[in-house]
Design a protein around this ligand. Structure first.
Ligand SMILES: *Cc1c(COP(=O)(O)O)cnc(C)c1O
Length: 397
């Protein structure tokens, strides 16, 4: 029996937006978390692809503690050091030249779109439309709801802001057909994450990049989930031979402190003072955490390790696929992986995993997503596979 009634209180006090798993977490370390009754769980959700260095990584905790006692918030009226250090490490390790800080992924995309519209305004005769794809996910503001190519998110909020054209993913011809003199950019996730871990087809991203160059429009990548080592390289674009003109980041960037950012190449960096802003964006506290995160990730080749561990995880999942005929597909890259079933059983499987001490994410009614901390070991993956195998073997299909 729970010692307290947190979950009942939540039901009573909150707007009903989240389908929460019935567990109240109170602490975490590495890939493990504990609930309010001290039950331990192996966490393959990782704060929704945020806790890339695991829970409470010592280097980040230390950076936060140190910065919290020095300076937390000043506003962007002044210069502060952590945001400049973070800018340097991100620019030096990417193909982008300039940065803007905000507080979430949605805001990063929103800013990226504003920058693209500003570009259209200055260089493309006022073009303002952005092409995005079906099954994408770009965030929750009204504009990012319109950018997100999923009908179910649009319906309750009509009318949505104009200027977003949703076309099929992995269909370069659809992008070409949708491009008009009003188009200022194309915005994609390199791998559609929330939409079900949908992989780009061979050459697709390269074709989109070429098309954007040919038309003089901006190629925007939403690397909010795929970035910061998740797919085996620091940014996913590096594996597809492309370079975005604008890139949005958040999730893993700050190890759990709320930070987002978008970066742009010099030619696309068209904002002038007053065009965009943020009160908290880039404050010393979150930037110290993000700088410590980035430095650790780069110095210790965490992306390379995630690539290796991801291969191992996928091979173990393939073994399960051979064992259970209701597993239809294992797909992913690095430690962004989906396991798809022939039936809509993902919710039950997740509940059974929970009971056995394993946290997983239901990405679709028929698919689980695994987005663990990138520091997960092969031994810990074996443990997860044991639990999954046990749970799957009880399924009656
Ligand atoms: C999570 C996510 C977002 C939204 O980020 P928030 O921090 O929740 O606002 C946008 N795009 C992608 C690809 C995401 O995974």
């Amino acid at each position: 029996m729970p010692q307290n009634n947190w979950q009942e209180l939540e039901q009573k006090l909150f707007l009903k937006t989240f389908n929460r798993t019935p567990v109240t977490l109170v602490r975490g370390k590495g890939v493990w978390v504990w609930d309010d009754e001290d039950k331990q769980y192996l966490d393959l959700v990782g704060g929704w692809a945020v806790d890339n260095l695991g829970h409470c990584p010592p280097v980040v905790v230390e950076a936060i503690e140190k910065q919290a006692s020095a300076l937390i918030q000043t506003s962007n009226q002044f210069y502060t050091i952590p945001q400049i250090e973070l800018a340097q490490i991100l620019v030096q390790n990417s193909c982008l030249d300039r940065i803007f800080y905000c507080n979430s992924g949605t805001e990063a995309n929103e800013g990226a779109v504003k920058l693209a519209r500003r570009y259209g305004n200055l260089h493309l005769d006022g073009a303002y439309e952005i092409i995005t794809t079906h099954s994408s996910f770009h965030g929750r503001t009204l504009a990012m709801t319109a950018a997100t190519g999923q009908e179910k998110f649009h319906k309750p909020y009509m009318p949505l802001p104009q200027g977003f054209i949703n076309v099929d993913f992995n269909d370069i011809e659809a992008i070409k057909r949708a491009t008009t003199t009003q188009t200022c950019g194309v915005m994609l996730e390199p791998i559609q994450a929330e939409g079900g871990v949908n992989m780009p087809g061979d050459g697709y991203l390269k074709e989109v990049e070429s098309w954007c160059h040919q038309k003089g429009i901006l190629f925007i990548l939403d690397e909010i989930q795929t970035g910061i080592g998740r797919t085996g390289t620091l940014f996913a674009y590096q594996q597809y031979g492309v370079e975005p003109d604008i890139m949005a980041l958040a999730k893993g960037l700050g190890s759990g402190v709320p930070i987002g950012a978008f970066l742009a190449k010099e030619h696309a960096s068209v904002f002038v003072p007053g065009d965009h802003g943020s009160t908290f964006g880039g404050n010393p506290l979150v930037c110290a955490a993000a700088y410590a995160t980035m430095k650790y990730i780069i110095d210790n080749d965490i992306p390379g390790k995630a690539g290796q561990t991801g291969k191992y995880f996928m091979s173990r999942l393939q073994e399960l696929k051979h064992q259970f005929n209701f597993i239809t597909q294992v797909r992913g890259q690095g430690l962004l992986i989906a396991l798809e079933f022939s039936d809509e059983i993902a919710k039950e499987i997740a509940a059974d995993c929970l009971a056995k001490g394993l946290l997983v994410n239901v990405v679709k009614a028929n698919a689980l997503r695994f987005i663990p901390p990138l520091v997960i070991s092969e031994k810990e993956i074996d443990k997860a596979i044991d639990i999954l195998e046990n749970v799957l073997s009880q399924q009656k299909i």
